[in-house]
Design a protein around this ligand. Structure first.
Ligand SMILES: Cc1ncc(COP(=O)(O)O)c(C=O)c1O
Length: 449
């Protein structure tokens, strides 16, 4: 049931009066008013005016199985009725948390992974930063305290994870921050930070990690964290061989390798986990969130290898945890979500529909669309003034394109450095992919070029 005009106006006013929106221009939201979404079903969301949109970004990269799935609603109701909530501190446990931990441990490309549950991606990453330091402490190497990440990496915005997130403007005004973080250049072939070309570059971007370890001293380097495919930094896919080299450096230099699979997990890139696109790579630790529940419930997970776990066991005391670690409702929803992902082979659909999306965007042959790239249904394109020179516009087009597409009923996402990202639910079909492409074609043209 949609609201009356007066009710809508009151809601918009209340939004301005009471709500501080995450990642927003406060002034712009007040000036333009909020975009209030009231209802969702499959690949569609509806605003309070009743207008329909294709959810071309799966919310925030999280909705893999589509909105409003009856199966999820049913298990959530069942779980609420049986055990709404009970914590996992000090040996308490619950059935969905145990079952989900076992399921994840058997799914991930890690040996005998142990799972620590958190409430979000940021909490999961913070947990691993603490665990990495605790691991080296327990091994008598407590000088190993630096976490290395990459420029354009996004790992969350809590006070720990924001230090691994490398967008300079995100830090402005929020300091002081905790110490012990360092970063290296990103594997961005389109705008290579070293001005090199693959493969003659000999993976200069991976060598940067070894240089950073040398600079810090091996006795200071605790862990390296990377999104297998950089998400918010622009859907940047590292070249073949990159993670094999990273993993070799980490192993040889005694640095833990953390794969942040918060976006890339659960079929988004066409494989269960993004790191699986680089054959044979086994991270020491992983973080998961978003697609773990398709966003139906907030849930994050930090996974550690058995090797790390055995060392923690020797310390015995683990003074870390969140009230909602192992929340039974979130874990039960995650279990059903993972069952649906496998049952409907949605990772394969992600691969097929992602290829169609990229082909469709290429066929637009727009003068202002530069590189079009992605893996599975994690896709983006660069906006450029000059395709040959890869020159950027003085004033980005991406927000205009976002608004134009939104007005035509398709939600995509503008990213840093004038990029548009598209990342719909993995259930999306050919017709909806074509609709997204058509709308983007018109929106790009309307943006004035
Ligand atoms: C790769 C990655 N890691 C971590 C996070 C942080 O997750 P959350 O917003 O749930 O704290 C995000 C959020 O977008 C992300 O994209």
């Amino acid at each position: 049931m949609f609201l009356k005009s007066e009710e809508r106006d009151n809601l918009k006013k209340a939004d301005g009066d009471y709500l501080l929106h995450p990642f927003s221009s406060i002034k712009e939201v007040i000036a333009q008013g909020p975009k209030i979404i009231q209802k969702a079903c499959n690949t569609r969301v509806y605003d309070i005016e009743g207008k329909e949109y294709i959810d071309g970004f799966a919310g925030l990269w999280y909705n893999h199985i589509g909105h409003g799935r009856k199966e999820i609603i049913e298990v959530a109701q069942e779980q609420m009725a049986e055990l709404d909530v009970f914590h996992c501190f000090a040996g308490f446990s619950n059935i969905p948390a145990i079952q989900l931990a076992e399921k994840l441990s058997n799914m991930v490309p890690m040996e005998k992974a142990k799972i620590f549950f958190a409430g979000s991606g940021s909490e999961a990453n913070d947990s691993l930063f603490k665990i990495a330091r605790l691991y080296w402490f327990a091994r008598g190497m407590d000088s190993k305290d630096f976490i290395v990440s990459r420029n354009k990496g996004y790992h969350g915005v809590s006070y720990g994870s924001i230090q691994a997130t490398r967008f300079s403007h995100y830090q402005k005004g929020f300091d002081p921050f905790p110490p012990g973080f360092a970063f290296i250049g990103e594997p961005y072939c389109y705008y290579c930070p070293w001005d090199k070309e693959y493969p003659s570059c000999n993976l200069r971007c991976a060598e940067a990690l070894e240089e950073k370890i040398n600079e810090l001293g091996e006795e200071r380097a605790a862990a390296f964290i990377a999104e297998p495919v950089i998400g918010s930094g622009g859907v940047i896919v590292p070249p073949p061989g990159y993670y094999q080299k990273i993993s070799e450096i980490c192993n040889r230099r005694n640095v833990l390798f953390i794969a942040d699979e918060v976006i890339t997990g659960f079929g988004r890139t066409g494989k269960n986990f993004g790191i699986e696109h680089w054959n044979g790579v086994m991270p020491d630790a992983m973080t998961l969130a978003k697609g773990i529940t398709s966003g139906y419930m907030p849930l994050g997970a930090a996974l550690i290898s058995d090797n790390i776990f055995q060392v923690l066991k020797s310390v015995d005391q683990f003074f870390h945890g969140f009230t909602y670690s192992g929340h039974p409702l979130a874990c039960r929803v995650a279990l059903k979500n993972i069952e649906i992902l496998a049952g409907e082979n949605l990772k394969q659909n992600a691969e097929l529909m992602g290829a169609r999306l990229i082909a469709g965007l290429k066929a637009l042959n727009s003068a202002v669309i530069g590189e079009i790239r992605g893996k599975g249904l994690m896709v983006a394109f660069e906006l450029v003034k000059d395709r040959a020179k890869k020159e950027k516009f003085d004033h980005p087009l991406n927000y205009k394109i976002f608004e134009a597409a939104y007005n035509k009923g398709v939600i995509v996402r503008p990213l840093d450095n004038d990029v548009i990202a598209i990342s719909p639910p993995l259930i999306i079909n050919e017709q909806d992919i074509d609709e997204i492409v058509n709308v983007l074609g018109v929106a790009v043209a309307e943006a004035g070029y």
